[in-house]
Design a protein around this ligand. Structure first.
Ligand code: PLP
Length: 405
């Protein structure tokens, strides 16, 4: 008998399936709102000017070789990356109690963080992670792969197309002490709905009282507001409060380095000695997983983070991306509310933040947009604002108006 005859066929990844359907579509005005990657106003991938500059610096560096990086990655990259998210004047950085590992982008950081918890976390009962409902679908798979069971916590309120703040707080209170909560640091995927700073403070207070562990996933720093510091606010606040946590960091979106797989995992410990022991175990895990991380993307980001001029230029590039997305939100809101007078309230379009927006439309309305209007979006009504531009936004607004009217 065939060796693999019992292997069941897995379903295709829904986002990649959506992209394939978009590519195969020959309709002239087709629109792709599924993609989780930035596009410029002509729907083209955008290589950040600062990345082009850093690339040419690397190309002209005669001293560069292709040796292995250390197991935990390029130190100049991980140190600067830790400061970028945690804040260079943070006590955790000053007291040298942050362990940083270079990872295969944000996905790899989530995996390594989950793997580390699966081995070493002092579980209070069976290993479980609390995930927002909804969340990035890969979170479920990543934790299941390392034997941690995902459980949902309330997050999205379909009635307000906003945050179910009370439900979230109740979930924090009702979970057993020392539970692990995955928190989106900013620009929540898929809803685009973030807690306000006041809400974060209340969340932190309950997390502290319950001794929960915060597993921060930060895939969009700078992308949400256009300001790197503002988007790191929640993480920095939690660190200041002395709450136990780790942060998964990705440079895919904010540096447009999707395919280079540049990311980091930062585990904050209570003291330096503990951090050393944590770091030693993270090294052991990393060694058996990938041996050592890839160098090119980390070198690019290291150049950008460690050079004051390039860093300023990067901030401007981030503002270009975040600014265009914010403009698209405003324009879509204007078209729906002022021009088309589409039924319903559309304020969530401008209140939400980051690459994604939850439109609040029903699955059959999403389906109609895909099948009748050649507008590709996921069944949950999530749209990528990056897929909208001055050429297609009117068409999209009109078709959206058509399905909800
Ligand atoms: N976490 C969240 C919430 C995301 O949305 C993404 C990307 O879509 C990632 C992590 C990881 O992305 P990457 O592995 O490309 O850095």
């Amino acid at each position: 008998a065939e060796l693999w005859q019992n292997v069941p066929l897995a379903p295709p990844d829904s986002i990649f399936q959506l992209t394939a359907a978009y590519k195969a579509d020959t309709f002239k005005n087709k629109v792709n709102l599924g993609v989780g990657a930035y596009r410029d106003n002509d729907n083209k991938p955008w290589v950040l000017p600062v990345v082009k500059k850093a690339t040419s610096i690397l190309l002209n560096d005669e001293a560069l070789d292709h040796e292995y990086l250390p197991i935990l990655g390029l130190k100049d990259f991980t140190s600067a990356a830790a400061k970028l998210i945690i804040g260079s004047d943070s006590p955790a950085i000053k007291e040298d109690r942050v362990v940083s590992a270079q990872t295969i982008s944000g996905t790899g950081a989530n995996h390594l963080g989950a793997l580390f918890l699966s081995k070493f976390y002092k579980w209070n009962g069976p290993a479980k992670v609390y995930l927002s409902n909804p969340t990035w679908a890969n979170h479920h798979a990543i934790f299941k792969n390392v034997g941690i069971e995902p459980v949902d916590y309330a997050y999205y309120d379909p009635k307000t197309i906003g945050l179910d703040f009370n439900g979230f707080i109740e979930a924090l209170k009702n979970a057993p002490d020392r539970s692990v909560f995955l928190l989106h640091a900013c620009a929540h995927n898929p809803t685009g709905i973030d807690p306000t700073q006041e809400q974060w403070k209340a969340i932190a207070e309950v997390i502290g009282a319950k001794k929960h562990y915060s597993f921060f996933d930060c895939a969009y720093q700078g992308f949400a507001s256009g300001d790197l510091d503002k988007d790191a606010w929640a993480v920095r606040y939690f660190v200041e409060q002395g709450l136990p946590l780790l942060v998964c960091q990705s440079f895919a979106k904010n540096a447009g380095l999707y395919g280079e797989r540049v990311g980091a995992l930062h585990i904050v410990s209570s003291d330096r000695e503990t951090a050393n022991r944590v770091g030693s175990q993270v090294s052991v895990l990393q060694r058996s997983e990938i041996s050592n991380p890839p160098s090119h993307g980390a070198r690019l980001v290291s150049l950008i983070l460690n050079d004051a001029g390039l860093f300023e230029e990067w901030k401007r590039d981030i503002q270009t991306m975040a600014g265009r997305i914010i403009d698209m939100r405003k324009e879509l809101h204007r078209l729906l509310t002022e021009e088309l007078r589409t039924p319903g309230n559309w304020d969530h379009i401008v209140n939400q933040i980051g690459m994604f927006s939850f439109t609040g439309i029903q699955p059959e309305q999403s389906k109609a947009l895909v099948e009748k209007s050649h507008i590709y979006l996921t069944g949950n009504g999530r749209i990528s604002m990056a897929g909208l531009n001055s050429h297609n936004i009117r068409y999209f607004a009109g078709e959206l108006d058509g399905v909800v009217r």
